[in-house]
Design a protein around this ligand. Structure first.
Ligand SMILES: Cc1ncc(C[n+]2csc(CCOP(=O)(O)OP(=O)(O)O)c2C)c(N)n1
Ligand SMILES: [Mg+2]
Length: 402
């Protein structure tokens, strides 16, 4: 495969022979495309067909993943997908203001989420419902955000999961600062150390905040795993419009390691993220992981991807489905039978019914909640604002029923 790294770039003073080594238009196209293909550097432990690939480097990070644990990862991915599909349907029925689908990204999120230790901290963007699941943030709390009745229903310190961030790339700065704090507070340096993980997309890598976060984390050796889910699209912009080289290679320019993992392979994502977190907790951070995956649905429920991408691309990625390859592996190796798969399907159905019931009956939060949840301590100014707002609301017909 032709890739940008293989080309000879003319330097000042180069002879015309060197200039003649400029890439042809075909090479340019192939090279740009090379940023959106798995490539030789892709870490993979489970093929799309569900076959185990040996990895001398990463097998040791998943030696504990026996049949039971793999079944558990399968369950995580199945339930999270079911939650996602139910929430998508709820939006279509007017029960949510908007939904941000994770379809196709289950392995990246469950692999990374299950690699975290309790004291590690995670900073999501807005699509990380699978990581939220691993941090025990309830799906009901997520629904509050998308029903627009809540900003964030969980305690980020207790959950070790920061509120969702919609401003692209902004959480990278928050995470860099947090990880620098972990280092300054002496929580890094041995196997008991802490680490931080920060999730963002391929499009976010073009944001200044991400660049600044990379610089700060690098020069302060922050214990931070940058976890980029390259789902090939930033709304309607393909990855080729974000970078001339594979995203994981960006890390080199900042002086820390970058690695590309098959983002549809839950085992590889688990192994690579465990490795990267371990490096960070023992003082060798930061690290960049590019999880190579695909957004199988729309960007959000307000988007129509048929306007900018071809359906054959989606069809090709369906063959790399993150859940199906685990199902194939479990079945082929006699680690799960039909009863198991039926049990999980039934659990997913019940879970979806619970989600639906909760969502349609979700109470609106009391109107003064915005005054009680923003600052740690009340203040006279805040109290005055609260009183003024409540008396304003009392002026409306039916206010007494509140
Ligand atoms: C600073 C900023 N600019 C623009 C937007 C609008 N916006 C929302 S999502 C998005 C694309 C992000 O793509 P990517 O980083 O690849 O993440 P993905 O949605 O694919 O997970 C954009 C441009 C925003 N939310 N914040
Ligand atoms: Mg993207």
């Amino acid at each position: 495969m032709s890739s940008p790294e293989q080309w000879t770039h003319p330097q000042p003073g180069d002879s015309s022979a060197a200039t003649a080594a400029k890439p042809t238009p075909e090479q340019v196209i192939a090279g740009l495309r090379a940023t959106s293909e798995g490539g030789a550097d892709l870490v993979q432990l489970l093929t799309p067909e569900g076959e185990r690939v040996d990895s001398p480097e990463f097998d040791r990070y998943v030696t504990d993943i026996d049949g039971a644990r793999l079944r558990s990862l399968f369950r995580d991915m199945t339930l999270v997908r079911r939650f996602d599909r139910e929430a998508n349907a709820l939006q279509r029925q007017g029960q949510l203001g908007i939904w941000v689908p994770l379809l196709g990204q289950e392995a990246a999120q469950i692999g990374a989420g299950r690699a975290l230790r309790p004291m590690d901290m995670a900073f999501p963007s807005y699509r990380e419902h699978g990581v939220a699941w691993c941090r025990n943030v309830s799906p009901q709390d997520l629904l509050g955000i998308f029903r627009c009745s809540d900003h964030s229903g969980w305690d980020p310190v207790a959950a070790r999961f920061h509120p969702y961030t919609i401003v692209i790339g902004n959480q990278v700065l928050n995470a860099a600062g947090y990880a620098m704090g972990q280092r300054f507070d002496g929580h890094v340096g041995d196997d008991d150390g802490e680490a931080t993980i920060c999730f963002f997309g391929d499009g976010a890598t073009s944001q200044g905040d991400v660049h600044e976060g990379f610089v700060w984390a690098a020069v302060y050796d922050a214990p931070l795993v940058f976890f980029c889910q390259n789902n090939q699209w930033a709304i309607s912009e393909p990855t080729e419009r974000q970078s001339r080289l594979p995203l994981y290679q960006r890390a080199q320019g900042y002086g820390f390691p970058g690695i590309r993992v098959d983002g549809n392979d839950v085992l590889a994502c688990l192994a690579v993220t465990r490795w990267a977190l371990d490096e960070c907790r023992t003082g060798n951070g930061p690290m960049l992981i590019e999880a190579f995956t695909y957004r199988m649905d729309a960007h959000t429920t307000t988007d129509d991807p048929t306007r900018y991408r071809l359906s054959d691309e989606l069809e090709a990625w369906k063959l790399k489905d993150p859940i199906e390859r685990v199902r194939a592996y479990l079945s082929r190796n006699g680690l799960a039978d039909n009863d198991f798969f039926e049990e999980i399907a039934a659990e997913a159905d019940n879970f979806a019914a619970e989600i639906r019931d909760f969502c349609v009956n979700m109470p609106d939060p009391p109107p003064d909640r915005i005054f009680s949840e923003v600052y740690a301590e009340p203040s006279p100014v805040l109290e005055a604002q609260r009183a003024e707002y409540l008396s304003y609301l009392d002026g409306f017909v039916g206010a007494g029923e509140r």
